[in-house]
Design a protein around this ligand. Sequence first.
Ligand code: SOE
Length: 389
Amino acid sequence: MKEIRIGMIGYSFMGKAHSFGYKNVGMFYDLKVKPVMKVICGRKLEGVKAAAERYGWEEYETDWRKVIERDDIDLIDICTPGHLHAEMAIAAAEAGKHVFCEKPLANSLEDAKRMLEAVQKAGVKHMVGFNYRTVPAIALAKRLIEEGRLGEIYHFRGVYLQDWIVDPDFPLVWRLDAKIAGTGPLGDLAAHTIDIAHYLIGEIEEVVAQEKTFIKERPALVEKVKGTGLVEVEADKSRKVPVTVEDATMFLARFKNGALGVFEASRMCPGRKNFNGFEINGSKGSIAFNFEDMNILWFFSRDDEGHIQGFRRILVTEPEHKYFNVWWPAGHIIGYGETFVNEIYNLLDAIAEDRMPEPSFEDGVKCQKVLEAVVKSVKERRWVRLDEL
Ligand code: SOE
């Protein structure tokens, strides 16, 4: 069987999630190509060595350019913070490698467009890590909409809420530094909601936004390498540094198909741990979803007879349900990790069949345009049309 030899750059949260995907995909999916976890790359030798051993990579490296130059690597998987995505993806494309890049595609629309141009010029396959498209309940939402069960779509209401920085003593990690992350929950969380909206509803035409940074400075970060070589985060309370991204963002949107959108992303919502949720209302019905109950889709149909009308709770674990049917018997629910296995199957199968995976860098650029329009709207305090960008 043809091998796809992978070089992955980055080994923290997303590096671990992608490693979980490569390691398990062959156990649940019938593959047409064999993924080989060849080399993992990271800045800190102790950390990346420990990650290689723990996650199951054959080799480890601290210089990402050496990984890209190797002729025994077919696919480069970029799991770094956003400020490095463009340089790495363009170098990988120019070296003739397929590219899988975490979201958001880049920290600017200009960089995202350069990345798309590079992969198209190189003729390589490219995918962006919007893993939530492979949640079985979200795939079912797409099926119900495509079957016309919601009728004409009036509203998309999406929120992505977390609470991990609500403590003012939480240190200034990279996600709170604009030089590295680009934006705060806008690019990190709302990017997912925007992609889900594109996937389920269609393209956005214009936005108007507001944002706020509630906690304007935080303790400096002290990184300690743990015994296992992986990095631990500590706060140096004697030193305060400025937060340069928003803590919360919200925006209104008008979709090209006439639907109205409301989007919110915040990390300041005590009790909301990874509340990636949406509700869609149409002329014939509604659906509602929240990732913290990821195996459930709520569906209301006006076609039901009056005396039995109501939101039904669909447990999305039947063989008919896309992205669940390879896992377990009905009712044996799945979790966050399985969405990486599902998306990595999509990537490998597309490469095997010589077709473009979805979501590709084109979808990544579409999302980046909305992110850029939101930033512009906040700055200029006005509605911004995407065709202005
Ligand atoms: C933010 O904490 C984060 O890790 C995002 O970066 C991921 O994309 C999301 O799936 C979980 O939360």
